[in-house]
Design a protein around this ligand. Structure first.
Ligand SMILES: Nc1ncnc2c1ncn2[C@@H]1O[C@H](COP(=O)(O)OP(=O)(O)OP(=O)(O)O)[C@@H](O)[C@H]1O
Ligand SMILES: [Mg+2]
Length: 319
């Protein structure tokens, strides 16, 4: 289900390059600590953008600057093409964000909590409350007390509350923090659906697996600096490994080791493992057969975002 949704999102990105959010060289210093050091990225409609980095990398600080909650030391934010500054935050009305556990009245039902919110926003029909509760799969529990909800349900009600304003950009900062596996799955299933209808989602997470599952594009931040920003498929193919079986192992290893586009060749049992871009598999085969080496087996090993992350960060995984 998630797989098909993500593919759909990726197709949509290819067609419309409508920029929803642009961070331009965001920089934040807290005293002597440089928490965010020149972060720039763009977010497009229909996209689930993963903002991935270990604890303390600067994700929440960046989000705080995007939402106007933290004043940048330098840099700027454009939302829907409009530069945000001290006086111009109108575009934030079109943004829904959950940056910490949402606050609701524990003795009111999920429905009543949303109704209170709808009244305070104004101009929100009751049908919209039904619609957003349905969207997060809470309609059947809408009349139950919020205080009796599970963590996953609370978080989903939080997402429903951001949907009340029909935001075009949704920002979720670690939305599965503190959830059990079932609650985590509920939120993960929901995220790709939020990006449909041409919305964009910015998902901050330190969980590689989560980002890999739900995001179409990912920026990796480490110590305040973005060290990679690419479609997830491209990132995964960067960490590609090819496994081959040949008749003359040491000879093959020497030949491949001399090719500039091969990062490394290692011997594992009866085969060689080569770090090489996925689109060069045929070239590996050709380079060996030209030198009279017979290749009996050749396949791309699947890579995880984790292995790419470890390569990029030199082993500084957050979890
Ligand atoms: N108000 C503040 N005053 C001083 N230092 C701060 C403040 N807010 C954040 N920091 C520091 O800035 C750095 C980045 O923090 P930030 O919360 O942005 O990281 P993060 O990537 O969101 O981490 P996590 O995954 O733990 O949420 C950290 O070293 C943090 O201690
Ligand atoms: Mg954070």
């Amino acid at each position: 289900m998630i797989g098909t949704t993500v593919t759909k999102i990726q197709t949509e990105i290819g067609s419309g390059r409508d920029i929803v959010l642009r961070a331009n060289g965001l920089f934040k210093r807290f005293g002597t600590l440089e928490a965010v050091k020149g972060v720039s990225f763009e977010l497009h409609r229909g996209e689930v953008f993963g903002f991935l980095g270990p604890n303390g990398a600067g994700k929440s600080t960046t989000v705080g600057m995007i939402l106007g909650l933290i004043a940048p030391t330098a840099g700027s934010v454009e939302i829907f093409g409009v530069k945000q500054d001290g006086n111009r935050w109108n575009e934030l009305r079109r943004v829904g964000a959950i940056i910490e556990e949402p606050a609701f009245y524990p003795y009111l039902s999920g429905w009543d909590n949303l109704e209170v919110l709808a009244i305070s926003i104004g101009d929100i029909p009751r049908s919209k409350i039904t619609e957003v509760l349905e969207r997060v799969n809470l309609l059947d529990r809408a009349k139950d007390q919020y205080g009796h909800y599970s963590m996953g349900m609370k978080q989903r009600l939080g997402i429903a509350s951001t949907l009340l304003r029909s935001p075009e950009l949704i920002i979720l900062d670690e939305p599965t923090n503190g959830l059990d596996p079932a609650g985590t799955k509920e939120i993960r299933d929901l995220i790709p659906q939020l990006a449909l209808e041409n919305r964009a989602v910015l998902l901050c997470s330190h969980l590689l697996h989560e980002v890999e599952m739900v995001c179409s594009r990912v920026a990796i931040i480490k110590q305040g600096v973005i060290i990679a920003n690419a479609p997830i498929k491209e990132l995964l193919s960067r960490g590609n490994q090819l496994q081959i079986k040949v008749d003359k192992m040491e000879e093959a290893k020497a030949i491949l080791g001399n090719l500039p586009w091969i990062k490394s060749v290692t011997r594992e049992d009866d085969h060689l493992v080569i770090d090489v871009p996925q689109d060069r598999s045929a070239d590996v085969n050709l380079a060996l057969t030209e030198k009279g080496i017979r290749v009996s087996e050749l396949f791309n090993r699947s890579t995880s975002l984790e292995s790419v992350f470890l390569q990029l960060t030199g082993g500084a995984a957050g979890d």
